[in-house]
Design a protein around this ligand. Structure first.
Ligand code: ARG
Length: 574
């Protein structure tokens, strides 16, 4: 199915062509004021200018009039010219009902699959090995996962890449320390945090240890078998920690998506060679650097001692993604503080020709703050572990579930309560994070994110569960061949919104803003409330009841799909 703006655009384009013999974008958008219509075409002003300049003096209203005369929208909509020459479009309820019938039998709920399939590499989550994930990893993991799901749903081929920080000089001390404690039964890697801290302490306090640690870095880089063996132990331990978090957070990353910094190590010398050869990089005081316009200091891609760094690895990753993985679009999700780093190395990559035919998007996100407006910390001033956030989310949500049950005097198994609490608690944290432009900072606020009122996950989940309860009460699902009839304004308003999903998803894939979907879903539920308050469902006579049940069903399915795309669960009961 095509989205409504696509259908309108095609009809308008044809009319413009017939009226003036030119091909022009009709500039179809949502109506500014719903009183006058649902969509509007804003092309008459520009066209009038263009035609007048070409010697056919005219004015916007006349242009709009000529377009409308040629316009054939069939049963779809009626039009009206307003103001200086806006063409307002009002969709017909009968046509909307027909569209909804089609959506009902479509698993994609009318969302078109793209014709131009892209191969999209998405680098997200990307935590550092040998450390626990902390609250700072919530955003890259969550935002990246939602974007992957949405882009994939639109029909693109998505290649998820977990760019793990699994390489670098810190491994020297970790390997040296693991060698020391291995077999001693104590301080094993299982306690990632403790292990890291203990290794660091030894490194800082013991010069001999530090020297040996540096030797381990060289061994690891040279492919020494023992170094590799110890490194693998740390990797496995970290991986099982990440996997636990991903499973709880409903994140689609697995071992198959891992391509950490270590992987690119083999390509670094060649990356530097190619950049030099192409005249992008040059020598400076023994180091190899890339100068980028607008920056005072150059990007160092090889230090004077011969070592490589984060930037060289990112260049290698970019080259690999474009050349070997065949990406046509690359998306990387990191915190906004890396903005300069990204601008610099992508500039170098562009000059090297590695971004030809590739769209590159750096999604930058802001910080999570505590109530005092500074970066979120525990009471004792430490970094907040992500596991603790997830635990607290679940236990707070469990309280809520128990409260609700008590209020309603209902029973539920302990197991089901826990399942719902996990869905609601984790969903609340994820949604609160997604429901805003990623670039801004936000204050982490349990009460707000868990609220059952307002634009939150619990509110949407509750809306979904409430619709499902209508069907439980009805003792039947919506019948597949019930005719949909839209009469009450609240029914029409709901129908129009359901039909906008494809449009919203298209916009999201273009701009990579998951909060557009949040806003859409929230509005869907408020429109549903408006409908449910005004239009009795179960008490209506058979035909109306069947039509309204179909609307309930479509709303629930749209909510479910939307939440799925955000990686948020939707329990049948709440
Ligand atoms: N490991 C990095 C960190 O924890 C994030 C890596 C993001 N991806 C990248 N290609 N640089 O900050």
């Amino acid at each position: 199915m095509q989205t409504i703006p696509t259908q309108l655009s095609a009809a308008f384009r044809k009319a413009i062509n017939e009226a003036f013999g030119v091909d022009a974008d009709p500039l179809v958008g949502q109506a500014q004021n719903p009183q006058f219509g649902d969509y509007q075409a804003n092309c008459a002003m520009g066209l009038a200018k263009q035609l007048s300049a070409a010697g056919n003096k005219t004015n916007p209203r006349a242009v709009a009039q000529a377009i409308v005369e040629k316009l054939d929208l069939k049963e779809m909509a009626t039009t009206e010219i307003a103001g200086p020459g806006f063409i307002n479009v009002k969709l017909n309820p009968a046509w909307l009902a027909c569209q909804l019938q089609q959506v009902r039998s479509d698993a994609r709920l009318g969302v078109p699959s793209v014709e131009q399939k892209e191969r999209v590499v998405i680098d997200y989550s990307s935590p550092n090995v040998a450390k626990q994930m902390h609250v700072g990893h919530l955003r890259p993991t969550n935002i990246g996962d939602a974007i992957s799901r949405i882009v994939e749903f639109q029909g693109h081929e998505v290649i998820r890449q977990n760019h793990l920080g699994d390489w670098g000089t810190q491994f020297g001390m970790l390997l040296r320390y693991l060698e020391e404690v291995e077999g001693s039964g104590e301080a094993q890697v299982a306690d990632l945090e403790g292990f890291y801290r203990a290794a660091k302490k030894r490194f800082d306090e013991d010069a001999k240890f530090a020297d040996e640690a540096r030797a381990w870095v060289v061994k690891l880089q040279g492919g020494d078998a023992r170094a590799r063996e110890l490194w693998t132990k740390i990797m496995n331990q970290s991986r099982s920690h990440f996997e636990q978090i991903y499973r709880r957070m409903n994140i689609k990353l697995s071992r198959a998506n891992e391509r950490g910094e270590s992987f690119y190590n083999q390509f670094l010398p060649d990356v530097v060679r190619e950049l030099k050869e192409k005249g992008v990089a040059e020598e400076s005081e023994g180091a190899i650097v890339v100068w980028v316009k607008g920056f005072e200091a150059p990007l160092i891609i090889q230090k004077s001692g011969g070592g490589f760094g984060y930037a060289t690895t990112d260049l290698a990753a970019l080259r690999f993604r474009s050349r070997e993985l065949g990406a046509t679009r690359i998306i990387v999700v990191t915190d906004a503080r890396q903005s300069q780093h990204f601008r610099m190395f992508t500039d170098a990559a562009r000059r090297a020709g590695w971004l030809e035919g590739v769209e590159f998007n750096h999604i930058m996100f802001g910080m999570i703050l505590g109530e005092d407006g500074t970066p979120l910390k525990t009471r004792s001033g430490e970094t907040v572990k992500l596991v603790d956030v997830l635990d607290e989310a679940e236990s707070r949500a469990l309280e809520m579930v128990k409260q609700k049950l008590a209020d309603r005097g209902e029973q539920m198994s302990e197991q089901e309560q826990k399942q719902i609490a996990a869905a609601v608690g984790i969903g609340a944290v994820k949604y609160f994070d997604l429901n805003r432009d990623p670039i801004g900072n936000y204050v982490f606020d349990w009460a707000k994110m868990l609220s059952l009122e307002g634009n939150t996950a619990p509110y949407l989940q509750y809306a979904y569960a409430r619709i499902r309860s209508i069907f439980r009460k009805a003792g039947q699902e919506a019948s597949a061949d019930a005719a949909i009839v839209l009469e009450h304004p609240a029914e029409v308003a709901l129908a129009k919104h359901i039909l906008r999903l494809g449009e919203v998803i298209g916009l999201m894939v273009r701009e990579l803003k998951p909060h557009y979907l949040c806003t859409y879903l929230y509005e869907l539920s408020t429109r549903f409330s408006g409908f449910y308050e005004n239009c009795p469902v179960l008490q209506s006579e058979a035909q109306v009841r069947a039509s309204r049940l179909a609307l309930c069903d479509l709303t629930a399915r749209t909510l479910a799909l939307g939440l799925d795309l955000l990686g948020i669960e939707h329990p049948e009961r709440m």
